[in-house]
Design a binder for this molecule. Structure first.
Ligand code: ADE
Length: 266
């Protein structure tokens, strides 16, 4: 079970994007809980404004420290209350584990680049808090106090942290046991083992005069596995040769990869 809390000015955007399909189903099943918390609910003036001009001048508005801080405190208090309730009947050792500080992830192009490995690591956490900035960013002082990890989803600039948070929540959630229909499927996909996925085919057998590769109709599982593995190696060598250094390949697979790389250079 994992609890994800997303601090945002656009809760409908986040919940709309995550409430469907696989992630939505995991939420319905109770394997995953995702709540978007509206930072505006913690505004402290009567106009409910959460942004102001930057000191020193410059373009745009900044999100102010206090509403973000109050929002964070409310989430942390909720987490602590739930933990206290749960730990009333568990032993001390477990209690000390559950009292460690919840990670607060701030979506920022200045952060460490998100990766499959990071998704796997974060999927081990019981609670995660995401902080989505908007406008030109957030007052530095509250970031210093609450953020534990600065994370970027790639070298491009978006208008806010909501899409990055949704990307991360999706990638992390599918690594939580029980979210995918079977536990095997997460292991075999792109980037697991640092190889890209092999091509897949479904009915009909012939479509636009293209036949499904004969071997997939043979029913010979060992040969099919071998073919798929080769296809993964070929695709990786052609499209993402940078991944091959980290992949564990047999001598034959290494040779296959090298022969593809030379084709690529021509
Ligand atoms: N906010 C704006 N752009 C971003 C990016 N590329 N990654 C994470 N957060 C962002």
């Amino acid at each position: 079970m994992m609890n994800i809390h997303i601090m945002t000015l656009f809760p409908e955007m986040v919940m709309g994007g995550l409430g469907t399909s696989i992630i939505g189903r995991a939420m319905d099943k109770g394997i995953l809980s995702i709540e978007a918390v509206n930072i505006r609910d913690y505004a402290y003036n009567k106009h409910q404004s959460v942004d102001d001009y930057p000191y020193g001048g410059g373009a745009g508005m900044l999100m102010q420290a206090e509403p973000v801080y109050q929002c964070y405190q409310a989430i942390q208090e909720k987490i602590n209350a739930a933990k206290r309730e749960k730990s009333a009947d568990i032993d001390k050792e477990e209690k000390s584990i559950s009292e460690k500080k919840t990670r607060v992830l701030y979506m920022s192009p200045q952060g460490r680049t998100f990766s499959q490995r990071m998704a796997e690591e974060l999927a081990e956490e019981e609670e995660l808090i995401f902080l989505c900035g908007h406008y030109e960013g957030i007052d530095e002082r509250v970031l210093e106090e609450i953020v534990t990890d600065y994370v970027s989803i790639g070298d491009y600039v978006l208008t806010g942290g909501e899409l990055p948070a949704m990307v991360m929540v999706d990638a992390i959630s599918r690594m939580v046991p029980g979210v995918l229909h079977n536990d095997v499927s997460a292991e075999f996909e792109s980037f697991q083992g640092n190889l890209l996925e092999y091509p897949q085919y479904s009915r009909p057998e012939i479509w636009h005069e293209k036949r499904v590769p004969e071997i997939l109709l043979s029913g010979h599982h060992a040969n099919i596995e071998k073919w798929r593995r080769e296809q993964s190696v070929i695709r990786t060598a052609l499209n993402r040769p940078d991944l091959l250094d980290k992949a564990e390949l047999t001598k034959q697979e290494r040779e296959l990869a090298v022969s593809c790389s030379s084709v690529r250079k021509e």
